[in-house]
Design a protein around this ligand. Sequence first.
Ligand code: NAD
Length: 290
Amino acid sequence: MKIGFIGLGNMGAPMAANLAKAGHGVHGFDVAGTKAEGVTSVASAVEAAQGADVVITMLPNGAILREVAAKIIPAMAKGAVLLDCSTVDVDSARAVAVMAEEAGLGALDAPVSGGVGGATNGTLTFMVGGGADAFATAKPLFDIMGQKAVHCGPAGNGQAAKICNNMILGVTMIATCEAFALADKLGLDRQAMFDVVSTSSGYSWSMNAYCPAPGIGPQSPSDNGYRPGFAADLMLKDLRLSQQAAEAADADTPMGQAAMELYRRFVEDEDGKGMDFSAMLPRFEKRGRG
Ligand code: NAD
């Protein structure tokens, strides 16, 4: 396939490189001038989009996605698919899909989980919203860049799935960290805490697969000085998107709201910027109730 790839950042560059490695012709563009292995660099987003069967975007936010989409949609060949893999607000995803469909294009929102490691190793999970035909066109590309692609329904539903998943993740990570900090103060050994909770009803991905306590459970960012991993700033971004969506849909999400506020304080007022999101554990450890 001829692929245009716009946004060659931490995630986009390895994803584009994997498509090129699999034999696809990839034309890439990034405003920062970054490049990806095996990918032909071009001078603009429009140039990357022209003549492509699928145009993939991997951008920081919904405002930038809307801006890029407005430029490239008129340049894309009829019947081509615009595949956005960024994490953006549901409204932007749906607005871009309408724009694309009005221009005779297919459109998919397909945010990912799996982080930079998953992007590099081709083991991402894609949560996909959009039409069945566009999904079928993009499926071979999902198979190269990832290990799983779940079609979640019409436009915007990929983003909806992503922010609901990450709202659960943010809340359970905080709960796991505050429970470890309490266990410490009660004199409970961390290994014993892990052995019990990871096999009892408090278990979760945060505890079992990504344990925030160093030296306990499988290797995780806590064993590496809490270097990300999944950065607290990115968790804050996703929690903000979840609360924006909850507000628009009139959904009551008190735990998501509390998690957003805690990560906001951690990243903006404390020392959480640049740390993994599991560094909530040392944060709680340092604090008392006051
Ligand atoms: P990044 O900041 O490293 O990459 C974004 C890239 O987009 C940058 O290189 C930037 O120069 C480029 N860009 C910005 N405006 C542009 C424009 N107008 N035209 C062309 N390029 C432009 O971010 P990332 O970590 O690669 O994340 C990309 C997306 O994936 C985000 O939406 C993020 O929330 C999501 N995501 C990231 C991770 C992660 O672990 N990094 C995990 C899951 C999802």
